[in-house]
Design a protein around this ligand. Structure first.
Ligand SMILES: Cc1cc2nc3c(=O)[nH]c(=O)nc-3n(C[C@H](O)[C@H](O)[C@H](O)COP(=O)(O)OP(=O)(O)OC[C@H]3O[C@@H](n4cnc5c(N)ncnc54)[C@H](O)[C@@H]3O)c2cc1C
Length: 318
């Protein structure tokens, strides 16, 4: 079913009883051409583009929980391409451009909001670094604006310009940066991949990788053995664990990265703002919650939970 104003009206007239589920719930087949481990943004997008751009038809995404139960459904929703290094900037700009047509492509409202991202700076050295970064962005054809104190005061009058321990002296603005609803990214890619025939198999944890003569032939899962010709790993921090199942020792360390959100408040903050003198950034979600970004824990872990000590620390920084 294509989502549109007409489909909303048609379904409203029939008492909203005829909406179809966004994707099927297939049982795993015995064999796939491609299996992707991990139903997050990367796994689902990989399946979608393999099917759409490369015509691969027999694909499964295996997810140990539900789609979007990993990082993609619990992040601070920022989309941006305000990077400096030559490899980084074109990569992120490519994805910004994808974003700008993605909702139409997926026929899914991911609530992309190009509200602008502003990196504040608090001393001369930092200002020079942001000038450099802005210039590096321009070199890749990506617009960036350096704002002085007066321009910032006009744009963000509620910030503490005069009495803060680290006074704000300016900011770097990327107007096209902003936010997108994080779990809608998973749902949109999932639904679109399903339309291309990709089997999305939830509650299916990969517990082993079977190999013959060094070649992967399939995966052991909590729903039995599933054969495959190619295997892709998109299990985020758990990629090192899944890789170990095939004897791979990947150079990846996993840490918890914490963030949190308040209950809904009246609209107050229009942009994404990062504070340059500590680890703190803030935006306001479309539901009104203030979204705070924080730090990684200093020790390795595969956990997915935050804690009050970090909440306190971030509030102190902000
Ligand atoms: C607090 C926080 C804030 C962030 N903020 C931002 C931001 O503002 N902007 C931004 O661009 N990025 C942000 N990120 C990073 C971003 O969320 C991740 O880079 C992205 O979501 C990773 O997507 P993924 O598909 O690789 O991983 P995930 O979404 O984590 O998906 C991996 C999936 O693999 C599954 N899995 C793991 N092991 C197995 C197994 N054995 N079998 C089957 N399935 C398995 C997991 O259940 C999970 O669903 C943030 C991350 C965090 C944690």
């Amino acid at each position: 079913m294509r989502y549109s104003a007409f489909s909303i009206i048609r379904n409203a007239l029939s008492g909203n009883r005829n909406w179809k589920p966004a994707w099927r719930q297939p049982d795993p087949k015995p064999h796939y051409d491609v299996i992707i481990v991990g139903g997050g943004g990367h796994g689902l997008a990989t399946a979608y583009y393999l099917a759409k751009e490369f015509g691969v038809r027999n694909i499964a995404v295996l997810e140990k929980g539900y789609l979007g139960s990993g990082n993609v459904g619990r992040n601070t929703t920022i989309v941006r391409s305000n990077y400096m290094l030559p490899g980084n900037e074109p990569f992120y700009e490519f994805s910004m451009k994808l974003w700008e047509g993605l909702e139409q492509d997926l026929n899914y409202n991911a609530m992309l909001s190009q509200r602008g991202i502003i990196n504040l700076f608090h001393n001369d050295g930092q200002r020079d670094a942001y000038i450099r970064r802005g210039n590096a962005m321009w070199m890749e054809g990506v617009p960036a604006e350096l704002l002085d104190r007066a321009a910032l005061k006009k744009m963000l009058p509620y910030l503490n310009f005069d009495h803060a321990r680290f006074p704000i002296i300016g900011g770097l603005l990327q107007k096209r940066g902003g936010t997108a609803r994080h779990d809608a990214v998973a749902w949109g890619f999932g639904r679109a991949a399903d339309k291309h025939g990709v089997d999305l198999i939830q509650n299916c944890e990969v517990t082993g990788i079977r190999r013959e003569n060094g070649v992967v032939t399939g995966v052991e899962t909590t729903r039995g053995f599933i054969g495959c010709a190619k295997l892709g790993l998109a299990a985020a921090g758990n990629t090192s664990r899944v890789g170990q199942m095939a004897g791979l020792k990947l150079p990846i360390e996993s840490h918890v990265l914490q963030a949190f959100v308040t209950e809904g408040l009246k609209p107050a903050i229009d942009h994404v703002i990062t504070y340059g003198a500590g680890h703190f950034y803030i935006s306001q979600s479309d539901k009104g919650g203030l979204v705070f970004g924080a730090e990684i824990d200093g020790y390795n872990s595969y956990a997915q939970r935050g804690n009050l000590a970090t909440v306190e620390h971030v509030m102190g920084e902000g």
